[in-house]
Structure formats: C-alpha cells, structure tokens
Ligand binder design. Structure first.
Ligand SMILES: N[C@@H](CCC(=O)N[C@@H](CS)C(=O)NCC(=O)O)C(=O)O
Length: 387
C-alpha cells in the first residue's frame, strides 16, 4: 500500500516537473521507487528463463516477494477485473479515434485489442480510456490504465524520470511540417518569421524549437493544449505551419476543411518511435506487452494471418508449432497463455493486417510501409526469436 502511495506521489511530482511532455530535465534525478524496489537484475537471475528452460509450473517465474514484488501483479489485476484498460487517443483517425457511436478504431486501438486477445482470447475485453497528450503519463503512473498505446514517442526522459517502460516500437515516425500549398513554402528555411501551430505536452514542441534554432530561422509558436484546437487554428489561417508527427499530420489533413489545399513538407525534423508503455517496475507485464507486439511482427514474417492460421496450426515446423503454442510452453515464462500468439493472430491479425486495415492503401491515409516494413523488406521491424 505504502509503495503504491509512493508511486502515485512521485508520479504526480514527476508530472508537475516534467509538464506532461516528459521533456523537462529537472524531473527527479533518481528512478521512480517502482524501479528501486524491483531491480531488473535479481528478477532475471531468479527467473528460470536465464537457462532457457521453461518454468515448471504455470505460475510466474519464482523470485520471491522481496526480489520480484510486482511480478505478475498487473496481469493478475487485469485477469481478475476481466478486461484490459488501455489508454488511447480519440481524435487521431487511423491511430486512435472514436466515432459518434462510441466505437474506437485505429492502429493503436488494434494493439490494445491484441493485448486483450492474448490475455482473454477476446479482443473486445478492453475498455478504452481516451487520453490527451497532457493526461497520458499520469494515467500510467497512477495505474488508471494498464498500458498506454497512444502515438507516444519513446524517449529517455519518459523511460527514466517519468517512470515508464516502453515496449517495442509499433510505428517508426518522425516530426513533419504542414503548410498551405499556395504559401510557396518548400523548406523550413522558407519559414522565416512564420507562426507555427503546435501542441503542448509533446515531443513536438521542443523539436520545433531545436530545429529552427539549428537552422537559424525565427518563428513564433502558437501553442495549444489540444490537438483539435491546434489543427483548427492552423485551418483558420492563424498559423503558417502546423507541426506534429507525420502520422498525425496525415491523419489531421483528412480533417481540414479542404485537405487538398495543404501539403506536408519533405523534411523530417526528429525521430519519433511510437511505442506502448507501462508503469516501470512490473517486469512481467512489460515482458508480456513486448512479446505481444513482437508476435504480430513474427507472424507477418512467418506469413501467418487471421485467414490462414488454421493451416499453420497443423504445421510440422517446430518454430511455428512453438510460436503458436501447439507445443512448448513459451507463454508461461511471461505470464501469458502458451497460445497467446495464435490468439492475437486469429482475433486481430498480424502486423501487416493491423497496418493495412488502419493505414494501408484501402484507407484514406494510404501510408507506405517505409521504415515500418519487415527487416526482410528493407524496414526496421525485427522480432527476436520465439524460443
Ligand atoms: N509522438 C509525440 C506526439 C504525440 C501527440 O500527442 N500528438 C498530438 C498531435 S497529433 C495528439 O495526438 N494530440 C491529441 C490530443 O492530445 O488529444 C509525443 O509522444 O509527444
């Protein structure tokens, strides 16, 4: 109890200091207490996975309360609750969006469903908690959400002093700049004296300042707390440019009054690796999220889809049998059922299916895979072995 209270207090403090964006360097110098009380090293040495031998029982790897106090904590809480609580965006079509019927959709939303499928064999066993950029980290720190899957960039500060643990990158992104086509602006250097609409509580705000300082171009930021306000101000002509992640720009362009009047400059101002995050200190839950995301990537590499998984379940290939949980006990070591990958694929799909149904050629976004292709296709997606 005391520890939880401490986490909440330190979390609240970190939020005040880090102003939600997790950018302010004066956040607490020492790691959050969750980290100090659950050091990774003892948990690892205690876990049987160190020898690659699967655990003997379905229980989480032994380690004892003192060494691994939170192992299995969050997973058990979710299983007892009967549903996952997933922090998402609700205003970003393609990634996290809610329609007038209250139905959530998007790439990030589908990863929430993948987690629910892994845990419950039911992609609907998830409650979506819409969060703004400002609200998102407090929601993880206080335990209000089990996991945050909301176009959130993995940064050192957020991993460290904000007290999160990030999973594998689900979408490699970078910051972009949108301008009106008739402005004649082609490069950032053409933006001397421009007013630029940007949202607070994001990596975007600081990258903007860094980039323009680096090229010696003066600009005036117009800062808004809310993404809709930011885009609306740009659309109303209050700003010459609108900057955020390129994925966000592509998404927001569809919401502007005349989308065809705008273009995204051919410049990338930063690295924005978007990844799921959980509260630091529950190694088992973090591992589970990692391998759930990786399972979607490995499934694409194997060519296993929601359509053809039936054929693969009777495969003789030991790699595939282990991956799908037909044999072996891979899931056990991370607190998941052994067939967690099969559950994800059959209920939600592999990475390519998730990508295409939300961002692919049949959608208004038609985003090329680019860096988000498998490493075998020249992209950055690569799953460590499922063994
Ligand atoms: N990836 C960046 C930006 C994420 C972000 O919050 N982007 C804005 C603009 S696209 C957004 O989603 N806003 C929606 C909201 O706050 O409701 C980060 O993690 O800071």
């Amino acid at each position: 109890m005391k520890r939880q209270l401490l986490i909440v207090l330190v979390g609240a403090l970190a939020m005040i200091l880090a102003a939600c964006g997790g950018q302010t360097p004066q956040a607490p110098a020492s790691p959050a207490p969750a980290d100090t009380s659950a050091p990774a090293a003892p948990a690892d040495t205690a876990a049987p996975t160190a020898t690659e031998a699967p655990p003997a029982t379905t229980a989480p790897p032994a380690g004892g309360e003192t060494q691994q106090p939170t192992a299995g904590g969050r997973i058990q809480t979710i299983l007892t609750r009967g549903e996952l609580i997933c922090g998402v965006n609700q205003v970003l079509p393609g990634f996290g969006n809610v329609d007038s019927a209250g139905e959530f959709s998007g790439f990030d939303v589908d990863f929430c469903r993948a987690v629910a499928a892994a845990l419950f064999d039911d992609p609907t066993a998830v409650q979506f908690r819409p969060l703004t950029a400002q609200e998102r980290f407090t929601a993880v720190q206080t335990g209000e959400v089990d996991v945050l899957i909301r176009n959130t960039t993995w940064t050192l500060t957020r991993d460290g002093s904000v007290g999160l643990d990030f999973g594998p990158v689900t979408f490699y992104d970078g910051q972009g700049m949108m301008v009106r086509i008739d402005s004649g602006i082609e490069t950032l250097e053409d933006m001397e004296g421009a007013t630029i609409c940007v949202q607070s509580g994001t990596t975007t705000e600081l990258n903007l300042a860094d980039n323009f300082r680096a090229i010696g171009v003066n600009f005036t930021p117009q800062v808004f707390e809310d993404a809709d306000q930011t885009a609306a101000a740009y659309d109303a002509g209050q700003c010459d440019g609108f900057t955020t992640d390129k994925s966000g720009l592509v998404s927001y362009q569809t919401k502007l009054a005349v989308p065809a009047d705008h273009k995204i400059l051919d410049v990338t101002m930063s690295k924005e690796p978007l990844a799921p995050s959980v509260l630091q200190g529950d190694a088992q839950w973090a591992d589970a999220i990692n391998w759930i995301v990786l399972a979607t990537i490995q499934a694409e590499e194997f060519g296993i889809t929601s359509e053809n998984i039936g054929d693969f379940l009777s495969s003789d290939n030991p790699d595939i049998r282990r991956f799908l949980g037909v044999e072996g006990e891979l899931g056990q070591g991370i607190g998941l059922p052994n067939d967690f990958a099969a559950r994800i694929i059959s209920n939600v799909g592999n990475y390519e299916e998730i990508y295409n149904q939300n961002l692919g050629p049949e959608t208004p976004f038609n985003l090329p895979r680019g860096q988000n292709a498998l490493y075998t296709d020249g992209g950055l997606l690569y799953s460590p072995p499922f063994r």
